[in-house]
Design a protein around this ligand. Structure first.
Ligand code: SF4
Ligand code: SF4
Length: 479
């Protein structure tokens, strides 16, 4: 082990950041610094946290590609068809009529994100966000494998176009294109479903020219995103990053630099007693950062919590014989006050709202019917007195299918005693998430009607299974 006073570390300011300032602001914004230094050449991350992220990313990518092919009762486990407003979330179908379910699901999701971020910071960004996972674990890996580490990439970019450079760049961008194409197909598998996607793949292109154009367009977008936009998708485009300043507080767990321990920073000098903090100003944490920031400036919007700086700093700490963890998962209060309080009144508040929302969601799911029927008396129509001693009222109805399968319903008059007479012979068969409509006479004997207005009850069934009950008002002449 090397003692503090034995080593003088060579400092490398990869991105031109001085790094002397010490900001205690919870969230700082260093976009101006970053934009001056593009393209970024982050050094290849390695270490304990990176290995964990690699394993986790493999699981995430495998899951992303497997989930669209898992089916429950013949329907996709997860479908996010935003075009037709049809969603399947773990077997629960949410169609265009399920505005309550959709609204509550979105609200619950939003509150969950707020609660999760308040407690765990940007854990999602670093570990599970597809943008980070694909960028850091697929595209960046391809780049390192073909072009080498940061220094070699920089040299290659500056070098003239030799056959070797053409070969390397050509291979890299061809692989980028192939992966982008795979991701575009994956996206459509979630949006349109695997059945639709396999049709596009297996049938002639002319038959699906629109959807095929969609694949080409999304391939181009992903290619542009991963080949050029890169970290800017997180630092400029992603709204979640912008929300950090309101979501995080001093108790939120984040990748953070322990300024109490590290400052004042200063190089190590052989043979002299060290009076500075543990940060030896080697800039390795900056060199590996994929968003080009200096974590020592405080928590910043650009930090995606990728943990690369933890590994880089730990490696340096090992080298100079200091304790690991100068950069680690911690909170501002843990650094300054040495106390960690994950559950605060604020998190209790969010948790209470979330429990309420989940309860409402559970109630909506439990009481949800497969169909939704509207039945109204036909506009401008009156009751009709028939010669056989019955009264008729004319109604229009619409039946919406709230499932993702075909339903063949029948309508029955339950009370009072009477009968239904449909105009024409309407086909009530409902396609998945489809709708059928028609007009129907409700005919009731006068003897069954005790007052001018009577509540009539109808039911919708499929075979023996009752789908829904409907109530409406029946008008009869005054006695
Ligand atoms: S925080 Fe760690 S990696 Fe970063 S400059 Fe200081 S010692 Fe080096
Ligand atoms: S500051 Fe550290 S955790 Fe944040 S993005 Fe940069 S390397 Fe990743």
């Amino acid at each position: 082990m090397i003692r503090k006073d034995e080593v003088e570390m060579e400092t490398t300011d990869m991105n031109g950041l001085g790094g002397k300032q010490k900001s205690r602001q919870p969230i700082a914004d260093s976009r101006s610094l970053k934009s001056e230094t593009r393209p970024l050449y982050p050094q290849r991350p390695e270490g304990k946290w990176h290995n964990r992220r690699v394993a986790f990313s493999i699981a995430i990518i495998a899951l992303l590609f497997i989930v669209p092919f898992i089916r429950i009762d013949g329907q996709q486990l997860v479908l996010l068809n935003v075009i037709e407003r049809k969603f399947i979330v773990f077997g629960v179908f949410i169609g265009p009529q399920d505005y309550w379910l959709f609204g509550l699901t979105m609200l619950s999701f939003f509150v969950f994100i707020v609660l999760f971020t308040t407690v765990f910071g940007r854990l999602w960004c670093g570990w599970a966000c597809p943008q980070t996972v694909f960028m850091e674990m697929v595209f960046r890996k391809i780049e390192y494998a073909i072009e080498g580490d940061a220094g070699k990439q920089k040299l290659l970019d500056k070098a003239p176009w030799t056959p070797e450079k053409i070969m390397k760049k050509g291979l890299k961008y061809t692989l980028f294109l192939i992966v982008s194409f795979a991701i575009a197909n994956l996206l459509l598998a979630y949006v349109l479903g695997t059945d639709e996607l396999s049709k596009i793949i297996s049938e002639p292109i002319e038959a699906h020219i629109g959807l095929f154009s969609g694949i080409v367009l999304f391939t181009a977008v992903f290619y542009w995103n991963f080949a050029w936009l890169r970290e800017q998708a997180c630092t400029v485009v992603c709204p979640y990053g912008r929300l950090q300043s309101v979501l995080l507080d001093r108790n939120s767990i984040n990748v953070a630099y322990d300024h109490e321990r590290g400052e004042p920073r200063g190089k190590l000098h052989k043979g002299s007693d060290r009076t500075e903090g543990d940060c030896i100003n080697c800039f390795q944490c900056v060199a590996v950062c994929p968003t080009g920031i200096d974590i020592r400036n405080g928590t910043q919007m650009e930090c995606v919590n990728c943990t690369a700086c933890i590994d880089a700093c730990d490696a340096i700490m090992d080298k100079v014989g200091f304790d690991r963890g100068l950069i680690r998962y911690t909170s501002e209060n843990a650094i300054v006050k040495k106390t960690t309080k994950v559950i605060t009144p604020r998190t209790w508040g969010y948790a209470a709202v979330l429990v309420l929302l989940w309860s409402a969601l559970g109630f909506v799911v439990a009481t949800r019917t497969d169909t939704q029927t509207t039945l109204f008396r036909a506009p401008g129509s009156r009751y009709i007195e028939n010669s056989d001693g019955t009264i008729s009222n004319l109604y229009t109805f619409k039946i919406f299918n709230k499932t993702n399968r075909i339903i063949k319903p029948s309508i029955r008059l339950d009370s009072p005693h009477g009968k239904l007479l449909f105009a024409g012979s309407p086909d009530l068969t409902l396609d998945a998430a489809g709708m059928s409509e028609g007009t129907v006479f409700v005919i009731i004997p006068k003897t069954e009607l005790k007052s001018r207005k009577t509540v009539v009850k109808l039911s919708l069934s499929q075979g023996d299974r009752q789908l829904e009950t409907i109530e409406t008002t029946f008008i009869a002449p005054e006695e």
